[in-house]
Design a protein around this ligand. Structure first.
Ligand SMILES: Cc1cc2nc3c(=O)[nH]c(=O)nc-3n(C[C@H](O)[C@H](O)[C@H](O)COP(=O)(O)O)c2cc1C
Length: 355
């Protein structure tokens, strides 16, 4: 008998039937070799990890403007749909599930990381005071262009099209990235959102872009295939909100009505409040929790009925067969931090299974 009977038990998440509750957290790995198209290296990397209850992909941009980091993939062209379908077929062939994380970086990025015709767009022309990795090393970010009100329907539509494209490419679901300082989080937060239209000012207004984007994604692919990732209070990428507890209470009150497949919450003790408890208070569907979980704690909190599942990031980098190792009690390998974002197979597809 395994030490983790609840963690390894099946789970129905919206329309998705998962074999277990050990999910792979979304991780940008900057391994894309040609334009922003996945290739054979991604087929191998993701299929090696198909034992996860579901893999949540690296952040995938819904448009050229949405790209922020170098060597990252998109999901806005038919060529990308065809390329991703090789990845999803390989994961399904091994009995796994895979969810596409849709990530528009907004003001976060550098011109060296994007196509020459791509812009930096954001709720307001407020620069992210942080540096970002480029092929030249760490560099400061530019001041973005504030989106006009008449451009917002186009941004919402590109997320809905990205969701449809993901499902056409064989993904089992989509997850909207709404933390870590990227576009959706920029709309939510008082520091980066200084708009004076219906999308800025009050918490209701700052939440509007996220709620309308999720609603469009739900209309495109169905609520049972849409999840949302949050981390209330997260200051990453120079994000500041005067009152994240109020903002997220308002946001989740509206999101709850959409009956999404799940809410994915990154816990963060340093924010000064229990952000998983905040999520639980305002969201009635399944919660996936993340960040520095050990299997024993995940097992205990799932058994207690607090969480539906837990996602693991770095453990899945170093242990492609993480689920089998938890089941058998095999030791876990450690991640090599030096190769998290470097090009090529080293530190990507060459971590061995326990055997
Ligand atoms: C290399 C790396 C890349 C990441 N990229 C993303 C990303 O694209 N989208 C996202 O939501 N989180 C991203 N994260 C955060 C992880 O999903 C996760 O929250 C973090 O690793 C903590 O979980 P862990 O303690 O199980 O590793 C990344 C983390 C790492 C280590």
């Amino acid at each position: 008998m395994s030490d983790y009977p609840h963690l390894l038990a099946p789970l129905q998440l919206g329309d998705m039937a998962l074999a277990n509750r050990v999910l792979m957290a979304p991780m940008t790995r900057s391994r894309i070799e040609h334009d922003d198209l996945p290739g054979p290296l991604q087929v191998e990397y993701y299929s090696q990890r198909a034992g996860a209850g579901a893999i949540i992909s690296e952040g995938v941009h819904p448009s050229r403007n949405g790209q922020g980091y170098c060597r990252t993939p998109g999901i806005y062209s038919q060529q990308q749909v065809a390329a991703w379908s090789e990845v999803t077929d390989a994961v399904h062939a091994k009995g796994g599930k895979i969810i596409c994380q849709i990530m528009h970086c907004g003001r976060v990025g550098h011109a060296d990381n994007k196509f020459a015709d791509a812009e930096f767009v954001a709720p307001s022309a407020v620069k992210c005071n942080a540096e970002i990795y480029t092929e030249q090393g760490m560099l400061p970010m530019p001041t973005p262009r504030a989106l006009r009100s008449d451009e917002l329907p186009g941004i919402i539509a590109e997320h809905a099209t990205a969701a449809s494209n993901a499902i056409a490419a064989g993904f089992d679901g989509v997850e909207l990235h709404c933390t870590s300082g990227y576009l959706m989080a920029q709309f939510l937060s008082t520091g980066s959102n200084q708009r004076d239209d219906h999308y800025g000012g009050s918490a209701e207004n700052r939440c509007r872009m996220v709620v309308e984007t999720l609603s469009a994604m739900v209309a495109a692919v169905g609520a049972g295939r849409v999840g949302l990732r949050i981390c209330p209070g997260n200051p990453f990428n120079d994000l500041h909100d005067d009152n994240p507890q109020e903002t997220f209470a308002v946001l989740l009150g509206q999101v709850d009505k959409l009956a999404l497949a799940y809410l994915h919450v990154i816990r963060m003790d340093s924010v000064g409040f229990d952000n998983i408890a905040l999520a639980r208070a305002h969201f009635s569907g399944p919660i996936i929790a993340n960040d520095s979980f050990k299997a024993a704690e995940a097992e205990q909190r799932i058994a207690a009925g607090e969480l539906a599942a837990v996602s693991f990031g770095r453990s899945f980098v170093a242990n492609p067969d993480l689920v089998e190792r938890l089941d058998s009690g095999a030791a876990l390998s450690r991640v090599d931090f030096k190769t998290l974002y470097t090009p090529g197979p080293a530190g990507y597809t060459d971590y061995p299974a326990a055997g």
